[in-house]
Structure formats: C-alpha cells, structure tokens
Ligand binder design. Structure first.
Ligand code: THU
Length: 131
C-alpha cells in the first residue's frame, strides 16, 4: 500500500471517531512491517483527560495482536491543514514503532507530508535509557 492509499484509510477511519465533546474527529491508519493495516480513531470521555487519541487506539490494537515493527502511521482530521500527532502520541509511537516511522499527515485537499518520527520528536526518550 502506498502512502496516499494509507492516507485515504486514515480519512475513512475518522468516521469511527467518538468526539462528542471537542467535535474534532481524527482518524489513523497504521501500516505494519508486513503490510497489515490497523485503523484508529479518537475516543473521548466526559472526564476529558481520559480521552484517547486516534494514533494510540491504532497502535495499541496492533501491539495487542503481536506486531512490533511498523512502516508508517497516517493521520487525518477535520482541520484544513495537516494534523500533527500530539506530544503524548509522539512518545508512544517512539516507544512502540521507533524513530524511523514515517508519519503521513493528510490535509483536506488530500495532500500529504511524510516526516520521520525522529524529526517530530528529537532527543526522544526511549527504552535505551532504562537499561
Ligand atoms: N487528537 C487525536 O486523536 N490525535 C492527535 O494527535 C491530536 C488530538 C484528538 C484528541 C481529542 O479527542 C481531539 O483530538 C481534540 O484534542
């Protein structure tokens, strides 16, 4: 699957979003090393801080299924411009997917930009510091 196709999957995944409080719908599509696809969407909670982002719902499902190597995550939102992953998701993606993950952000015109996770989280903390 190419990254434009992955971006479209993230746009589709946005339909699964439960965002009754912010009304800001986010979809994510995570591509494993062997081209399996995991979708995610943000799920909000009336106790706002318990909300979970689209990226984390996708990566947690993939990890539960035993995946530990990933190529890319695509992120789509209601915003006109590209929606960057929040700081918490950058940290989780760094730990579970690694610094070389391609982060595919798609805007409302279906254009994409693809920075590496390392560019979005320079000097990121990871498990190496715990050894
Ligand atoms: N959100 C995501 O799902 N991913 C991000 O990286 C940015 C923020 C969600 C969380 C919340 O449900 C809504 O967007 C507004 O912050």
């Amino acid at each position: 699957m190419n990254y434009n196709e992955l971006a479209k999957k993230a746009v589709d995944a946005k339909k699964k979003s439960f965002a009754n409080f912010s009304n800001f719908h986010v979809g994510a599509a995570l591509l494993t090393e062997n081209d399996e696809l995991y979708l995610g969407a943000n799920i909000e909670n009336s106790s706002y801080s318990l909300t979970i982002c689209a990226e984390r719902t996708a990566v947690f499902q993939a990890v539960l299924d035993g995946h530990r190597k990933f190529k890319a995550v695509a992120i789509a939102s209601d915003f006109e411009d590209y929606c960057p992953p929040c700081g918490a998701c950058r940290q989780v993606l760094m730990d579970l997917c690694g610094k070389d993950l391609d982060v595919v952000m798609v805007n409302k015109k279906d254009e994409i930009i693809v920075p590496k996770l390392a560019e979005l989280l320079p000097l990121g903390f990871n498990e190496d510091y715990l050894k």
